[in-house]
Design a protein around this ligand. Structure first.
Ligand code: HEC
Length: 142
């Protein structure tokens, strides 16, 4: 009987693990960090603002991962680079938000953001964010 309960708990734990997002150590922490640091501008689902001042990431963000220099763009934009988050926490938020808001666009060969990668790229801010964004969108096959 005891063993049965234990086996059940184990299988529950196993299925919870299986659903973990790659590169996200703590789902709840990532969610809260997004809420506190990003949601104010980007909205709860990444929709941005209706006037386009904050572009929509919903069902779009993952497209950047498929073009040259797009991967680092997501770290270098001011909202990411200047966030009051450690490199590890920013990597985790990016890894969490991509499948939350743009699951269909993430390339199959995507590897989660790493702390070292975030540390490197956030120190290289973009001179012309809007211009860079347009250049990358021009590289996307739509
Ligand atoms: C003060 C408002 C603001 C906050 C806060 C903010 N962003 Fe942004 N974000 C923007 C704007 C505006 C853009 C469009 C590019 C630009 O002009 O910076 C953007 C673009 C982005 C992009 C690129 C997507 C695209 O389509 O251009 C990513 C990724 C991103 N932000 C992530 C984040 C993350 C992660 C956080 C929280 C850690 C965050 N942002 C916080 C305003 C914000």
């Amino acid at each position: 009987m005891r063993l049965g309960v234990f086996a059940l708990l184990l299988s529950l734990a196993g299925s919870a693990l299986a659903q973990e997002t790659p590169g996200v150590e703590d789902d709840a922490r990532a969610r809260v960090n997004y809420m506190l640091n990003c949601q104010g501008c980007h909205g709860p689902d990444g929709a941005g603002t209706a006037d386009g001042a904050v572009p929509t990431m919903k069902n779009f963000l993952g497209n950047f991962l498929a073009v040259a220099e797009g991967r680092e763009f997501l770290i270098r934009v001011p909202g990411s680079a200047n966030a009051a988050l450690t490199d590890a926490a920013l990597a985790e938020v990016l890894n969490w938000m991509l499948p939350q808001i743009s699951p269909e666009q993430i390339p199959d060969d995507f590897n989660p953001y790493t702390t070292a990668e975030v540390a490197k790229w956030r120190k290289q801010p973009l001179d012309d964010v809007i211009g860079e964004r347009e250049k990358l969108i021009g590289r996307m096959e739509m």
